[in-house]
Write a protein that binds this ligand. Structure first.
Ligand SMILES: Nc1ncnc2c1ncn2[C@@H]1O[C@H](COP(=O)(O)OP(=O)(O)O)[C@@H](O)[C@H]1O
Ligand SMILES: [Mg+2]
Length: 293
């Protein structure tokens, strides 16, 4: 595997390779519910992990469906690898891995091994390569022992890992995950975060992930977008930048991360308390330094 350096890429860098762009897309569902993904453009650059954050019903899934060409923009534009996904999905689908929110709809084969083998077989790869790819993908998720199991009988978290193995089996350049932490226990959640970090760093894989769990964002994201109800893209930035905008989060009905709340309370009691820490390690370091001075 080649190691690339994706760390220098910033979304405002004109030379950064744009993988996804969504500009002012509107979708009105049949019952008249309208989602307007406007305000700021949504951008995901090569090798970056981008979180789409918002309360239930804000429009996260609607946004991801546009990236995957499952919905066609009624207004505005979507570009993935430079093409419109709803019109030219065939030309990009091999470069994109997907795990939808409801993994049951995605797992269709009689065994886990067959399910993960589905895409490489569809692409007509030789059976030896199919097996090699399946073993590698199951290994990435640490679920080799599930290969012969019947997917229907697995737990929710196990099914999610199987779906992820299926999404990774073709080595996608873009991975799209809708609420991927649902049903995962803390250890599995941490391994998924570690895996996504590794994939972005080592393979320059772009990851776009939706979540309503704000505490995941500092651990996961290089950049976060905040959707307010109705789909408005209210905020974008690094986790630090996003969490500095407590009032925008509040307008979007998003509770700030627990550490941001803790440090804000500490500063109310004692203005010399440190600025917000984003991770538990940062918090421990900041509090330790504060205690010493
Ligand atoms: N198939 C559908 N028909 C009608 N309304 C829908 C449909 N899918 C989603 N919606 C509505 O669109 C809005 C955005 O939904 P969604 O994109 O699923 O939000 P999120 O993923 O952030 O929870 C919500 O008001 C939701 O009720
Ligand atoms: Mg959703």
């Amino acid at each position: 595997m080649t190691t690339h350096d994706c760390d220098h890429i910033h979304p405002d860098d004109p030379n950064a390779e744009e993988v996804v762009r969504i500009s002012c897309v509107r979708h009105t569902y049949e019952d008249g519910t309208s989602v307007h993904l406007c305000g700021l453009d949504f951008l995901a650059h090569r090798g970056k992990r981008v979180a789409v954050l918002g309360p239930n019903g804000a429009g996260k899934t609607t946004m991801l469906y546009h990236i995957l060409g499952l919905l066609k923009p009624q207004e505005g534009a979507v570009s993935v690898f430079g093409v419109s996904p709803s019109e030219e999905w065939a030309s990009i689908r091999r470069r994109v891995g997907v795990v939808l929110q409801n993994v049951d709809e995605q797992i269709i084969s009689p065994t886990v091994g067959d399910d993960v083998a589905f895409s490489p077989r569809q692409y007509g790869l030789p059976e030896s390569e199919v097996r090699e790819r399946v073993d590698r993908a199951l290994g990435l998720l640490g679920i080799e022992e599930l290969a012969d199991r019947v997917p229907h009988n697995l737990s929710g978290g196990e099914k999610r890992k199987v779906a992820l193995a299926g999404a990774l089996v073709m080595d996608p350049e873009l991975l799209v995950l809708d609420e991927p932490f649902e049903g995962l226990d803390p250890k599995s959640r941490q391994s998924l975060l570690d895996l996504l970090e590794r994939l972005a760093r080592e393979r320059c894989m772009t990851v776009v992930l939706s979540t309503h769990d704000i505490d995941t964002v500092p651990e996961f994201a290089d950049f976060a977008y905040v959707l307010a109800p109705g789909g408005t893209i209210a905020l974008r930035g690094t986790p630090e930048e996003v969490f500095a905008n407590a009032h925008v989060l509040a307008q979007g009905n998003i509770k700030p991360p627990i550490l941001a709340e803790l440090f804000s309370r500490l500063r109310q009691r004692d203005p010399s308390a440190p600025a917000t820490a984003l991770t538990v390690d940062e918090a421990a370091d900041a509090l330790d330094a504060w205690r010493r001075c």
